[in-house]
Design a protein around this ligand. Sequence first.
Ligand SMILES: *[C@@H]1O[C@H](CO)[C@@H](O)[C@H](O)[C@H]1NC(C)=O
Ligand SMILES: *[C@@H]1O[C@H](CO)[C@@H](O)[C@H](O)[C@H]1NC(C)=O
Length: 238
Amino acid sequence: MPPSSSSSLGMLLLLAAILSAGAADPDILTDFVVPNNADPSGIDGAFFTYKNLVTGNSGDPAKLTVTKATHAEFPALLGQSVSYAALVFGAGTVNPPHIHPRASELLVVVQGPLLVGLVDAARNGTVYTQTLQTGDMFVFPKGMVHFQFNNATDVVARAFSAFGSASPGTISLPAALFATSIDDAILDKSMNTDQTTVDELKQDQAPPSPAPSSSSSAAAAALLPQLCHQNKLEYSPE
Ligand SMILES: *[C@@H]1O[C@H](CO)[C@@H](O)[C@H](O)[C@H]1NC(C)=O
Ligand SMILES: *[C@@H]1O[C@H](CO)[C@@H](O)[C@H](O)[C@H]1NC(C)=O
């Protein structure tokens, strides 16, 4: 192998490391990206329009429903570094602690109140909570653990979240820990708890579901910040 190709391989690896550490959307060299299968001359207003963010969100009012408009649902967002989600929180439902590895999130409440929380791992796991009223906005910085909770017994809460990525990604901590094949012994030790508790948490998370049910997730959501704080866990994005 000539020296040049090994040094360019080194550069490539370095570049890959820098890009993944940044975990931001790549810049595009055109104003927008026409999908491979689309005819560029056929691009019109409809290409830049997405109609299902709100209409797609008429789910079960007793649950948490998250409707996304990322580049997967709305291809015109590819390369634009923005996306949206619409959230409808049934009474008593929680969006369990999670991170978005590639984007900050700017949430605006359109029907409050909604309790939100943010975990500051760099400050010993301090949890910043706030009860947001209709019209209030809250920012969840990129890669930080956060959650939302409708602490009402009878009314729905609604919010929209804007993201600084066309593909923010979501890693739900309860699911990542207890709905994957991490060995029980490792979870027991990591959580500093016993097999019975780990079994219960796994039971709560099974089967994995994109819109977790309120009761099971509430148990895990309540336990996790405590466990993580005790164990001084920090979460690294992908
Ligand atoms: C975190 O906890 C350690 C040990 O108790 C303490 O020394 C440190 O000042 C704390 N840091 C912050 C930012 O609160
Ligand atoms: C939810 O509301 C109840 C009743 O007002 C209150 O006791 C509880 O502390 C609230 N929970 C949170 C997490 O704020």
